[in-house]
Design a protein around this ligand. Structure first.
Ligand code: ADP
Ligand code: MG
Length: 473
């Protein structure tokens, strides 16, 4: 039996998480102001709108074999990809969870670990004696001054490694590769650095030429889009063709100047205060997979303290910060639109070793979980709609990647529904398409490397008196 009295008390407590359409309109309006500010000056805006220097999108003429490396918030991935006419062939790929000790170790330890991974992978794939170009996906806020140059501005997500902020991460990677390529095996040429949103957009644009927006919702969250040069006050070069560039919005930082405080809850504020990057990445902390389960945990604790959940007795795991895995939120949301809550029960059994819960507890946990995940999807939809309106074409597609948006059973649908609601309410003629770009963050890096080599690929290199063969074509 569900206790209606308790349910209505809980509903009142979690009410601030249920924003209405007006709130999302306000969010979109505020974001648009920040985007404009960022295009004028990086210094004066919380949403940095970094120039990526990626101006050409793929033209299907990319050929050859390339390495790509992706350092995300949770995983490190390496792939070897071959571009064939009308086909991309993944020769081999490897994905490891980043060992937690590395989040706090020195920058050189981190990059040595990455270099070791890449070299072992290259050796395994018989790339000894071969010059191979590598595209590096590095998904942390960085200022670029060229395609293979990126200075880390601040760590986000789980990372805190000293000795990297303020340095060019391509140089750090090259130094580590050099240290490891002693008796030298493959010659790995780091030709481009991009972030995951850019990679996703590039990969998506191979599938759908209307792709003008890239979206990531994984450990972190961020967007990029294709902007016309004449709209970018801070563009430092000529207005030559191609008359466009991908802008990495770094919109996870939206709200860092306090503009989102009116829409955030006290739980959002606590997550921020107790995070590694206080007052930073406010938008990301409302949206991303790293923070959603922590929000769920904190709300559950509040309800336990008020005697409204688990009869006031918290299971021990509820006291451990970041103890809940995001995949269990996906499992709980499988019960969306269903009467019985068997998946919610299943998830709770996995989260808590010893726990007793009744039907009311299950309803409450399902409801909180669903509310915060929908809120995340609606914030994402608002950001996408705000970006889509800036693009001067009716059909605009969004390429997306990241485990939360790809693996959650309803997240994409919620994003699409909210975007459609905006389009209908505002009467703007726009059709937003969605293109799943699984592992686009890493394939995109290989594509950018291929675009680089398409334009200026060396034929042979001479090293230590030996002539090395170029990438196999
Ligand atoms: P990265 O952020 O390292 O690039 P991913 O895009 O794979 O990697 O995102 C990993 C994050 O996605 C995890 O830390 C977790 O927050 C979330 N996640 C992983 N699996 C799931 C799932 N099944 N459902 C929802 N979210 C998930
Ligand atoms: Mg990623």
């Amino acid at each position: 039996m569900v206790n209606g009295n308790i349910i209505s008390k809980v509903d009142a407590i979690i009410h601030p998480l249920k924003l209405n359409h007006e709130d999302y309109l306000k969010d979109g309006h505020l974001l648009n102001n920040e985007l404009n500010r960022g295009l004028k000056s990086t210094k004066d805006s919380s949403v940095k709108m970094y120039l990526t220097y990626v101006r050409s999108l793929p033209n299907q003429k990319e050929r050859g074999v390339y390495l790509a490396l992706d350092l995300g918030g949770t995983n490190i991935r390496v792939v070897l990809i071959e571009f064939l006419p009308n086909k991309i062939n993944v020769i081999d790929q490897q994905c490891h969870e980043i060992p937690a000790t590395l989040f706090f170790s020195s920058g050189s330890q981190l990059f040595d670990f990455i270099a070791e991974n890449v070299i072992q992978f290259a050796i395994k794939n018989k790339l000894a004696g071969v010059r191979v170009a590598l595209g590096f996906t590095f998904s942390f806020p960085s200022v670029q001054h060229g395609l293979a140059e990126a200075t880390l501005v601040a760590w986000t997500k789980n990372f805190m490694c000293p000795g990297v902020v303020g340095y060019d991460v391509v140089q750090l990677l090259k130094q580590s590769l050099k240290r490891k390529m002693d008796r030298s095996i493959p010659y790995i040429d780091v030709v481009a650095i991009i972030n995951d949103t850019t990679g996703t957009l590039i990969y998506g644009s191979l599938k759908d030429s209307n792709c003008k927006i890239g979206l990531i919702v994984g450990t972190g969250s961020n967007c990029c889009y294709v902007e016309q040069l004449q709209n970018i006050d801070k563009w430092p070069y000529n207005y030559s063709e191609p008359n466009q560039v991908i802008i990495n919005c770094e919109c996870g930082a939206f709200g860092d100047n306090g503009v989102l405080d009116c829409l955030a809850t006290s739980w959002d504020r606590t997550i921020d205060y107790e995070s590694l990057n206080i007052t930073k990445q406010i938008h990301e902390k409302i949206i991303a997979g790293m923070y959603l389960p922590e929000l769920l945990r904190r709300i559950m604790l509040t309800l336990v303290e008020k005697g409204l959940l688990f009869n006031g007795l918290a299971p021990i795991e509820l006291f451990v910060p970041y103890s809940i895995k995001t995949k269990f939120m996906s499992l709980i949301d499988l019960d969306d639109g269903r009467k019985d809550l068997t998946n919610t029960k299943e998830a709770l059994k996995k989260i808590f070793k010893y726990f007793k819960c009744n039907e009311t507890d299950l309803r409450i946990i399902f409801s909180i979980n669903n509310t915060i995940t929908r809120r995340s999807a609606y914030f994402v939809a608002t950001a996408l709609w705000t970006l889509a309106k800036r693009i001067d074409q009716v059909n605009v597609s969004v390429a997306y990647d990241g485990s939360l948006i790809c693996k959650h059973p309803h997240y994409k649908r919620w994003v699409k529904e909210k975007v459609n609601e905006f389009a209908q309410n505002e009467g703007i003629e726009k059709v937003i398409g969605f293109v799943e770009a699984p592992d686009g963050s890493i394939y995109g890096a290989a594509i950018v490397a291929a675009i680089c080599y398409r334009e200026k690929r060396p034929k042979f290199i001479k090293k230590n008196g030996k002539v090395y063969e170029i990438t196999r074509f």
